[in-house]
Design a protein around this ligand. Structure first.
Ligand code: RB5
Length: 148
């Protein structure tokens, strides 16, 4: 399975650790940057990951210092449901109930070990559908109503 991933400078080192784990587990990783610890703007990375997620219909991972800015930016793109998660339960629920297609994390909040567990929980969980589908459809309807 393909996974698109991206971070700003604050998430650069955590992103590298996550890529090692993903490749070890056999995922095809599409690294959307950044490619050095030099300062970049998280909205650019959020947009690059979101475009890959929509194009390839694959899950995405975005990381910035807190995970807040990069998730806000990703959620501006129609069709993206980015969930900021700091522990595995939220990551599982984000997939099972909300059909999140992007996981956001804060590298200045979460340690590497916990982040890896969060990623595994996110990627190993499927959307449950049924009553949750109606609610996700309502999110899309709000998006459609408010997109000019
Ligand atoms: C960059 O210093 C920082 O603002 C960014 O990584 C992120 O935390 C924003 O939400």
């Amino acid at each position: 399975m393909k996974v698109a991933i991206g971070s700003d400078h604050a998430g650069f080192h955590l992103k590298k650790e996550i890529i090692v784990m993903l490749e070890y587990k056999g995922y095809e990783v599409l690294d959307c940057g950044c490619f050095s610890p030099d300062s970049v703007d998280y909205p650019d990375i959020a947009e690059a990951v979101a475009e890959e997620v929509l194009k390839d219909q694959c899950p995405g991972i975005v990381i910035c210092g807190t995970g807040i800015g990069i998730s806000m930016a990703a959620n501006k793109i129609p069709g993206i449901r980015a969930a900021l998660c700091g522990e595995p339960f939220s990551a599982r629920m984000a997939r099972e109930h909300n059909d999140a297609n992007i996981l956001a994390m804060g590298a200045r909040i979460i340690g590497t070990g916990l982040a890896i567990e969060v990623v595994k929980a996110f990627l190993d969980t499927s959307f449950a559908g049924e009553r949750h589908q109606l609610r996700v459809d309502k999110i899309r309807e709000i998006e459609r109503k408010h997109t000019r």
